[in-house]
Design a protein around this ligand. Structure first.
Ligand SMILES: [Zn+2]
Length: 156
């Protein structure tokens, strides 16, 4: 929580400021040992404030990185177009890239490119094993081979 780090850093700076004021205050007389002790306290407070500030910096960098990731995800969502039965990613040039798996994208925003080894309109996702048949797909037609031709069985 960055608020906790900010609060701790501010408390350390305030404590250091109070000690510096005490040392600097002409109405309070401190002997050398007391001054040395207060200076050690002052250094300790500043060191703690420095540590808390460094933590805060790390948190801000982490948040910046997360914001960038989310911005890219939103941009991708805007460019991901569903065309039954799968998704395409529309490039800046207007060209469509894909297709991508509908199930993987809808369930966890993963852009998994579908594979179609036979280029016949049948697509498969290697991530979730979903399969898709687009409008170009034709069911294979099985025909019985005539026994008079010397062979028996089924063929495509
Ligand atoms: Zn998938």
């Amino acid at each position: 929580m960055p608020i906790a780090e900010i609060t701790a850093a501010l408390a350390g700076v305030k404590h250091a400021f109070d000690i510096a004021n005490l040392i600097n205050n002409s109405e309070v007389s401190l002997d050398a040992a007391e001054v040395k002790l207060k200076l050690a306290e002052l250094i300790d407070s500043l060191a703690n404030a420095k540590i808390e500030t460094a933590k805060f910096k790390d948190i801000l960098l982490e948040r910046d990185s997360e914001i960038q990731r989310l911005k890219k995800q939103i941009e991708k969502d805007d460019n991901m177009v569903y065309e039954t039965p799968y998704y395409f990613l529309v490039q800046e040039s207007g060209e469509k890239d894909g297709p991508y798996c509908q199930r993987c994208y809808d369930s966890n925003k993963k852009s998994i490119r579908l594979q179609s080894p036979n280029k016949n309109g049948y697509w498969k996702c290697n991530e979730c094993s979903s399969d898709y048949k687009d409008s170009t797909y034709n069911e294979p037609v099985f025909t019985r081979i005539n026994r008079s031709q010397g062979r028996s069985g089924w063929t495509l």
